[in-house]
Design a protein around this ligand. Sequence first.
Ligand code: ATP
Ligand code: MG
Length: 427
Amino acid sequence: METISAIRGFKDILPAEAGQWLFVEEQARRVFHAFGFRDIRIPILEKTELFARGIGESTDIVEKEMYTFTDRGDESLTLRPEATASILRAYIEHALYATDPVARLYTIGPMFRRERPQKGRYRQFYQIDAEILGLDDPRVDAELILMLTHFLKAVGLTNPHVEINSLGCPVCRPGFRSAVVAHLQGREEELCGDCRRRIDTNPLRVFDCKIESCRAAVEHAPRLADFLCDACRVHFGTVQESLGLFCVPFSINDRMVRGLDYYTRTTFEVTTDVLGAQNAVVGGGRYDGLVQQLGGPDIPGIGFAIGFERLVSLMPRVAEDFRRTPALFIAALGAEAQKIAFELANRLRLNNVEVEMDYAGKSLKSQMKRADKLGCRYALIIGDREIAEKSGVFRDLRNSTQTPVGLDLASITGKMEALQRGVEDLV
Ligand code: ATP
Ligand code: MG
């Protein structure tokens, strides 16, 4: 029969890669918990309106990347393209602000965007997403970036480039926006079709366009730094000072506007040279008006999203380094030995020892070959003679030494522990 393959741009994370993914998740949880974050799990499907309102009608995501369909009940639904809108929806819906004025929330899970699949760009991809709600203190912006860089170090990224910028606020951004519009109107013929449209809909997005002529057209465009109001200037100054306190290296990129409409004040990206055109591994920023825009109270917020696949591709340690290997392989020769092996293997598993065995009655040679392939550290060999003597052969597969061991749980686990401590043979 014909086989069925996965959808283009959707990929499986196989057990061989999963060890690395688990490691990244464990590090994220450990670091985020220390910074007061708590796990939140939100649905993968939401009403389309949430993203239209929460991300912005004139963004790439909403304009052309969403997986939207009409449900049987004639409702328009969308597979989440990012997590912030959903987290804020849940925050407002459950009035989390009523129990505590500050919420630090994170989630790890798949996002969906219908983009052209290529290296580092999928249609289903994972993000690690963190949001702080209820604080507009600039030190919190620095704290979030500190946590981010600490996490990146924990997974082995030694030299991430953190770029920061301030996008201003509703007081100062309109002035900047008008100046940019005036600049772009003068150079309209150099812009791509998308950017020409953006002059009216979303002029700042032209800074984000990857097309060469558009980049050139904005090279001498007005700079946001010259338009920031006093409050935004002080805010941005404190962010930088606070980052300095922890020696977090960063650079200011005043052309970074980020793709989403909702950002205010501090925005940031983490990039590396390795990723090329898809060079951002993390994107984030402050969104002080978003909770209100989604129908909630006037509560400020800031967050980031890490691209999981891009992060994994940057780690110096590769999937193989995180491979899970059974601690022990039980090789049984003959029906009677298999009976003992079966019982021992599962009793050991019930005691959290990772054990593998052979169920097919293969030769000793082929069983040892499999133990080796699985990467087992130890093997326990049981044959007729061992049964008669009530003691198996315990082999250290790394240095091929072997000693007898009693065929009971305590003897086997005792042996493994002794060997792991480096005490060769105590018996
Ligand atoms: P890009 O400019 O690369 O399209 P973006 O601005 O759309 O990124 P964000 O919405 O800020 O990305 O998402 C945060 C992170 O999620 C990105 O920095 C990236 O690492 C990751 N990401 C975004 N889109 C994809 C995708 N299609 N496949 C894999 N990872 C992605
Ligand atoms: Mg994108």
